[in-house]
Ligand binder design. Structure first.
Ligand code: ADP
Ligand code: MG
Length: 351
């Protein structure tokens, strides 16, 4: 199948009812109409075969994550995702792969109200997927990583750790396809693997938090690493030394994580205990691809958020954990002990 037939067959526009797409797929470029007094927000994420997914990763999970990982960045900026482009490198034209991939991709884009407006298609040795999402927001809504101040509290909007266990389960399943069924707690393992494959994010939550947050990030490299990103950006913006103190307990981990963690981590060798942190805690704090929001905000804004939306958030099932505060002494302290982020092995692409 020719490149142009492939695009025609699998990547037709879903922008027919989107009045903001003046020219979509099929021309040299897309022409997008942006509302007055809005700023453009852009995020890109790539997924590479054998790095971000394996031979046993379901095709729909690959498409799902490609969309969600991008949208998560737009949400963490307080913005609204609107348009997407997709660059595809494929070793061959596998029609059943493309059918499932494109169906899931469009379903996810539709769910978040995003129109596919262009892309590029090439052949290459490995599957390489790159999506760019363009969003919009009012300038005053944009939340960067760089607004944290000493005295701010740190709030985590969901559990961390499940994704690391999901990856471990996938690796075990690669060695032994009946790993889950053979385990003593298959239901928990299924749940963890499902969360790893099909993460969910909420545009409404991002919008709501922009009013209160001083800095925000989605946990994609691991909580400690991502807090380090907030500290570094905020130090640069404020020209002052910053640090953090985390005080957390197991409530930041899901029930399934607590149930299945020790047996999954024990033989994995990936996560050792660190200083005063258990293997459990170290795994949760360095688990990437979680796509939960982490924000800093002043204690006053935290109280306001509780008062104005505490009930609504609880009803919607949005979790909010106060896990610590921003300090001005340049140290990173976790449950009473000074740590260095470099001691923890979150996933880093070039070692
Ligand atoms: P050009 O050669 O001008 O770059 P192409 O022939 O590569 O254009 O692509 C034709 C049209 O199809 C363009 O509008 C491009 O944005 C779109 N397109 C190509 N690949 C994809 C894809 N994987 N997904 C969505 N749109 C695509
Ligand atoms: Mg091209």
């Amino acid at each position: 199948m020719h490149e142009f037939d492939l695009i025609q067959r699998f990547f037709k526009t879903n922008a027919d009812s989107d009045a903001s797409v003046l020219v979509g797929i099929g021309d040299d470029s897309a022409l997008l109409d942006i509302k007055p007094h809005r700023s453009i927000v852009v995020a890109t994420d790539s997924m590479v075969e054998n790095v971000h997914f394996s031979a046993i990763t379901p095709i729909d999970a690959i498409a799902h994550k490609l969309v969600v990982s991008n949208i998560s960045d737009i949400i963490a900026s307080g913005a609204t995702p609107k348009w997407a482009t997709l660059s595809l490198t494929l070793p061959s034209v596998d029609e059943s792969w493309l059918t499932l991939f494109s169906h899931t991709l469009y379903a996810q884009l539709k769910k978040y109200g995003v129109s596919l407006v262009g892309g590029d298609t090439t052949s290459g040795k490995q599957i390489h997927l790159c999506m760019t999402i363009i969003g919009e927001c009012q300038l005053s809504q944009y939340i960067s990583r760089g607004g944290a101040k000493a005295g701010d509290v740190i709030c985590l909007c969901g559990h961390v750790g499940d994704s690391t266990l999901g990856l471990a389960i996938e690796q075990y399943c690669q060695q032994n396809p009946s790993f889950i069924e053979d385990a003593s707690n298959p239901a928990a393992l299924h749940t963890l693997l499902h969360r790893f494959y099909y993460p969910e994010v909420s545009i409404e939550l991002g919008h709501l938090l922009t009013t209160y947050a001083s800095a925000m990030i989605d946990v994609s490299d691991g909580l400690l690493q991502d807090l380090d990103h907030i500290i570094k950006s905020s130090e640069q913006a404020s020209h002052s030394l910053l640090g953090f103190e985390l005080d957390f307990n197991t409530n930041i981990m899901s029930d399934e994580f607590i149930q299945a963690g020790s047996s999954l981590l024990k033989n994995n060798g990936l996560y050792e205990s660190h200083q005063n942190l258990s293997q459990f805690e170290a795994a949760a704090l360095t688990s990437g691809e979680e796509y939960v929001l982490c924000m800093t905000l002043s204690p006053h804004q935290w109280q306001l958020l509780q008062k104005e939306y505490g009930h609504t958030l609880e009803e919607r099932g949005n979790l909010m954990f106060l896990i610590g505060k921003i300090t001005h002494d340049g140290r990173y302290v976790v449950n009473g002990q000074t740590i260095s982020v470099g001691d923890f092995s979150g996933y880093k692409h070039f070692g």
